[in-house]
Structure formats: structure tokens, C-alpha cells
Design a protein around this ligand. Sequence first.
Ligand code: GUE
Ligand code: MG
Length: 344
Amino acid sequence: MIPLRLLLFSKLPNGAVRSIYSNFGIQNPNLTTTIITHVPPPSSASMGTKVSAMVIDGKSVAEDIQDKLTVEISRMKNKFGVVPGLAVILVGDRKDSASYVHNKKEACESVGINSYEVCLPQDCREEELLMHISSFNDDPSVHGILVQLPLPSHMNERNILNAVCIEKDVDGLHPLNIGRLAMSGREPLFLPCTPKGCIELLHRYNVDIKGKNAVVIGRSNIVGMPAALLLQREDASVSVVHSRTKNPEEITKQADIIISAAGKPNMVRGSWIKPGAVLIDVGINPVEDSTDPRGYRMVGDICYEEACKIASAITPVPGGVGPMTIAMLLLNTVTSAKRIHNCN
Ligand SMILES: Nc1nc(=O)c2c([nH]1)NC[C@@H]1CN(c3ccc(C(=O)N[C@@H](CCC(=O)O)C(=O)O)cc3)C=[N+]21
Ligand SMILES: [Mg+2]
């Protein structure tokens, strides 16, 4: 039995909303059941000024998931002698990629997943990368393989993603897994981490998806396209807008739910948003900031200051979808290890 846990979010970052959030733990790794009760905001917050959107706290949801994974992993180790392993391959020296890979490695350590990291030079040959993938495919201590994207332009992304065996495709980006995601009645072995994290946030915050108008901004293989497929599986009516869409704001203005993965800082303005909409911002765009020790800070695709006055709920950047992507990667790795070793 997993103990019932209560988390009290007495003061959210915007200070306006209190929510009591009771979690019944992970029963099925693909489906977590959560009940959230929204307590009305204190009256002072609603006097005169507009009440701002609830902040969807991806960071604390991710921490909650990772806490449960830590317990589960130690159980697997004690009962079956199985320790989940994740291999991460990084090609080239993009600073953002190196930083995400670092975050993934730290997260593995914190929950007890063994992580194996391979860093290859920017000018590495495709054959060499394929060789590493192939040896991880054959390595029984590895249950998940992630090739950090984007790859250098001389490499063929399709070839590379194809080479990961589908049983270890914890990124959910192998064409067979994506193909299954697109077909009703077929189940992928893994769901892509970022879209899965977005849907998980909607579930955790009790957002109805069925029958709602959902708009996905962006059509990338890694986020936009699988997010649109997942939303359809949740019975949303889905529109996809992208760089060639004429007047995207006319479409987003109809949306009950927006998942934005455009990669353009502050692109979604207040005027694009229907009052009461739920906003999931996948964008992590670096903008120069001399007051930050790194010299830059991350902003989303959605203009937060405008949007939080109109939406009913919104994910912050950072602290929203990013940490959930990592939590879903860890969850997929644990699911994979259980499936491979038949431990339950
Ligand atoms: N094969 C592959 N799988 C991926 O899942 C994948 C990828 N390639 N390429 C790049 C994107 C991006 N991505 C992120 C992971 C963690 C944060 C993250 O930790 N974000 C934190 C910190 C952000 C910061 O300030 O640096 C936050 O949003 O709070 C963000 C983004 C995974 N991706
Ligand atoms: Mg696009």
C-alpha cells in the first residue's frame, strides 16, 4: 500500500490561490490519480484587483513523482535486485543541451537510477553514434536510451531514432512508438516525455480535457505533433497552429487549453487568449539578462504578465513543464526496467 499523502500549497507564487492537493500515489505508472480541491482565494486578493491565474506548479508535481519513484526503485532493488539504468547520449557542445543532460543525470542520481553518459564531439560520424546506440541496446543494465536532440546537421535524425530498440525508447520518439500513438487501439510502449508531462499536469490540476477545444502551437516531432495526438486520445478537439498559420490568434482565442511549443519568447500575447483558458507553456527561450549569474534567463512562449490576468491556470517558466519532462523520463525508465525484468 502506498501511503496517502497530503500536500498543502498554502501560498502559491502569485499568492492568490490556495489549493489542497491530495495524492493517492502512483498505482499505474501511466495513470496517476489525483484529487485537487481548490479553496477560494482569500477575499483580500479578489477585492478591487483582478484575481490572477492559478500557477500550475510543475516543479512540485515533478518532486512528488520523483519521491514516489525513489520508493519504488528501492523496492525493485530489494525485491528483485533490479536497478533501472538510463543511457544519455549527447553529441556536440550546445550549452542548453549540456545543461538539460546535466539536469537529467542529477535527477537519475536523486531517485536511484543508474545513469550512463556518452558525450561525442560535434563532428562525430553518424556510424560512431550508431555504434554507441547499438551497444546500449545490447546492454542488460540499460533500460532506457535517450539521444539528446537536436543532433548536428550532418546527422540523419530519423536513422538515429530508428536505431534505438523500441523496448528502450524512453523518449517515445521511435517511429513505431509514434505510429502506435497515432492509431486508436494501439498502445505505444512509451509516451514522449514532454507531451506526457503536459497531460499529467492537466490531470493533476483536474482540468477537463474531454470535448474541449485544445490548440497546440508548433508541430515539432518532439513536442507539438505528439502533444496533439495525446490530446486527441484524451478526447479533446485539437487544432495545430504553426509558423505558416495565418492569424494564429484567431484560433488560439477559441482554445480552452493551449499547449505552446513554438520556441518564440513571449509570442502568445494576452489578446490571443480566451478568458479562463488553461495554458501549458513548453517554451524555454533564453533571453539576455545581466542580473542573472548565467547572463541569461529562460522565458516561455507565452507572455506571462499578460496571460496570468486572463487565463484560469498557467505553467511558469522555469518551474513548469521542464521539470515534468525529466520526471516523465525517469518514470518511463522505471516502467521499462519493470517490463524488461517482469517485476511488479
Ligand atoms: N531526445 C530528447 N529528449 C528530450 O526530452 C529533450 C531533448 N531531446 N532535447 C531538448 C528538450 C528540452 N528538454 C528539457 C529538459 C529539462 C528542462 C529543465 O530542466 N528545465 C528547468 C530549468 C530550466 C533552466 O533554467 O535552465 C525548468 O524549466 O524549470 C528543460 C528542457 C528536454 N528535451
Ligand atoms: Mg513551429
